[in-house]
Design a protein. Structure first.
Length: 222
């Protein structure tokens, strides 16, 4: 846990790590509903990396999704907002305290309709994915099916089209990209949405402030 400079009245700054893009925008809108604002973040021309609300003793920074759990686990951020898919894949030690309800989608096994039988008969197949740990857990521990996992970083839908894999494991929001490429959802692994996570030490040191924030957000979401 890093040492954090205290504010003028001796109050320590709480630091938020937000996932860049839509999740950050939605999170800031939700925080505004409970009276937490950061005007600096609204400047589209700002080159700043860390944004501060001195009045509320809060700091914010934006990070790529997979990095948010790392910042939170190591205490560089007290609180993080990140997709459930990233949390499960990264497997970091922290408290998941709140389902924020936005960024909803599903982690699914997808492929051509012809692959459905191979899944049903638990044939040995190749699975392309950006989420090898989620795929391994699903096939090995839940389905007890032996598969070869192939890690990719780009357009996963391409893998079955060029014969690299029989199926893919990927996030599905509307399914339009799948349909356009002759693919479909074959099995659903888990529902996904944005989650709030808290560093384990921060939760002890700042229990009152963090608990108040969680309660306020819960009220705003209900």
């Amino acid at each position: 846990m890093r040492k954090e400079a205290a504010g003028p009245e001796g109050t320590r700054y709480l630091t938020f790590a937000l996932t860049k893009g839509r999740l950050a925008k939605k999170t800031l809108e939700l925080l505004e509903q409970v009276g937490i604002t950061c005007e600096e973040m609204k400047d589209p021309d700002s080159r700043k990396l860390i944004f501060v609300n001195d009045e509320l003793k809060l700091k914010f920074f934006l990070a790529k999704g997979p990095d948010v759990p790392t910042y939170v686990e190591y205490g560089a951020a007290d609180i993080g907002v990140v997709g459930k898919d990233t949390l499960v894949e990264e497997g970091r030690k922290m408290y998941e305290v709140l389902d924020l309800g936005f960024g909803k989608c599903r982690m699914c096994v997808c492929g051509p309709a012809s692959a459905r039988e191979k899944l049903a008969h638990q044939e040995q197949i190749r699975v392309a994915t950006k989420y090898p740990d989620i795929a391994k857990d699903y096939f090995y521990n839940q389905k007890h099916q032996t598969v070869e996992i192939i890690k990719l970083n780009g357009s996963i839908e391409l893998a079955p089209l060029v014969g690299l894999s029989e199926v893919i494991v990927d996030i599905v929001e509307t399914g339009s990209t799948l349909r356009e490429n002759g693919l479909e959802v074959l099995e659903e692994i888990m529902p996904l949405s944005a989650r709030m996570v808290v560093n384990q030490v921060s939760m002890k040191m700042e229990a009152e402030r963090i608990t108040k924030l969680i309660q306020a957000l819960k009220a705003a979401l209900s």
